[in-house]
Design a protein around this ligand. Structure first.
Ligand code: 3PG
Ligand code: MG
Length: 399
């Protein structure tokens, strides 16, 4: 695949319809994590510097085609202005006269923000009529929303086919990092996959065992793998019905020469609560009235040794119940170790998806990873080996 970047486009005087993902967490009308807004700043700045007019298209929440005041993008205007360092002019619709009026009157140096694309039913249906209405507002389409690229929606996919298109700076950075981690990685490649459930990460594990050299399985899903090997995991979170699937994944790994690391020792407790009384036991000896809440010290040592052997690391999901202490120990220790190796230039480390960024931030490790993706679901689908429609639509390789 090949795609244009902003460098390939003539932007002076052009209306640049820029799809961003500013689906940020909000509490009481205020944004509680501005990372996604910070990460689009370079693209907006670049467009402004080159005399273009950035017109931001974005979704917020899941309003399912209805106009909902609680899912308006308008409350984000002050945060956008502060981070982008430019006036942001809001339009109450992403198509039609309200949008056109804002776009036509946009002063030089200002940014237009169009209302939530998902207020229109056609957005999630990738309705060509909606995409055509959006296309009237721009001369160039720039997609900077990697984290929404797993959706084939009018503003992420349809629009790319109607206007000269390019990837924004964040999209470029995401694609480059992912290519370095799984496309043409420096081997050995280590994947760390954690999280609660095997059932949500089946395709991901199935794809990874065919691509990476070492796979660490942690978190609740490790219990399912232990149980599938006949180990009693007591009252631990465990999907017993996934045992056969877990065995198939292990068999595929063995066939492909992928070494799988399951925890050899674990931290168990009788209750799921911060500060609960706990003990370390071999993974084979979880008491029947206890639950596994973290990987033990020997397991952590094995993970650290695997990190030392690897040249590339891809990380998704925590190794234990990292939200409550002291069951964040394994996640913190492994993440810090990976961060150190990356900082020393010994490891290319890429992390993303769901809880992962929160876990790495909590460990104080996120800043030293080589790359931390802004994507949740899109990162997982990419790890599954799927083509992301928003990325595919930018492909100019055949042109
Ligand atoms: C996200 O936050 O994961 C993206 O913005 C995509 O949102 P969605 O899962 O509602 O499509
Ligand atoms: Mg999502």
């Amino acid at each position: 695949m090949a795609w244009n970047t902003l460098d390939d486009m003539e932007l002076r005087g052009k209306r640049v319809l820029t799809r961003v993902d500013i689906n940020v967490p909000m509490e009481n009308g205020a944004c509680t994590d501005t990372t996604r807004i910070e990460r689009i700043a370079a693209t907006v700045q670049d467009i402004l510097d080159r005399g273009g007019k950035p017109i931001l298209l974005a979704h917020f929440g899941r309003p399912k085609g209805e106009r909902r005041d609680d899912m308006s993008l308008q409350p984000l205007v002050p945060t956008l202005e502060a981070i982008l360092g430019a006036p942001v002019i809001f339009a109450s619709d992403c198509i039609g006269p309200a949008a056109m009026a804002v776009v036509e009157a946009l002063p030089e140096g200002a940014v237009a923000l169009l209302e939530n694309t998902r207020f229109h039913k056609g957005e999630e249906k990738n309705d060509p009529a909606l995409a055509a209405e959006m296309a009237k507002l721009g001369d160039v389409y720039c997609n900077d929303a990697f984290s929404a690229a797993h959706r084939a929606h009018a503003s992420t996919e349809g629009l790319a086919r109607l206007l000269p298109s390019c990837a924004g700076r964040l999209m470029q950075a995401e694609l480059q990092a992912l290519e370095a981690a799984l496309g043409k990685p420096e081997r050995p490649v280590l994947a760390v996959v954690g999280g609660a459930k095997v059932s949500t990460k089946l395709d991901l594990l199935g794809n990874l065992v065919g691509k990476v050299d070492i796979l660490v399985i942690g978190g609740g899903m490790a219990n399912t793998f232990l149980a599938a090997q006949g180990i009693d995991v007591g009252k631990s979170l465990c999907e017993h019905e996934m045992a056969e699937t877990a065995r198939e994944i292990l068999a595929k790994a063995a066939k492909k020469g992928c070494e799988v690391l399951l925890p050899v020792d674990v931290v168990v407790a009788r209750e799921f609560a911060a500060g609960a009384a706990h003990q370390v036991v071999p993974a084979t000896e979880c008491p029947s009235d206890a639950m596994i809440l973290d990987a033990g010290p020997e397991a952590v040592a094995a993970i650290k040794a695997a990190i030392d052997r690897a040249h590339t690391l891809i990380w998704n999901g925590p190794l234990g119940a990292f939200e409550i202490e002291p069951f964040d120990v394994a996640t913190n220790a492994a993440a810090k170790h990976a961060a150190r190796r990356s900082d020393d230039g010994k490891l290319v480390s890429v992390a993303g998806g769901g809880d992962t960024v929160a876990a790495l931030n909590k460990a104080g490790a996120a800043n030293d990873f080589s790359y931390v993706s802004t994507a949740g679901g899109a990162f997982l689908e990419w790890m599954e080996g799927k083509t992301l429609p928003g990325v595919a639509a930018l492909d100019v390789a055949g042109d």
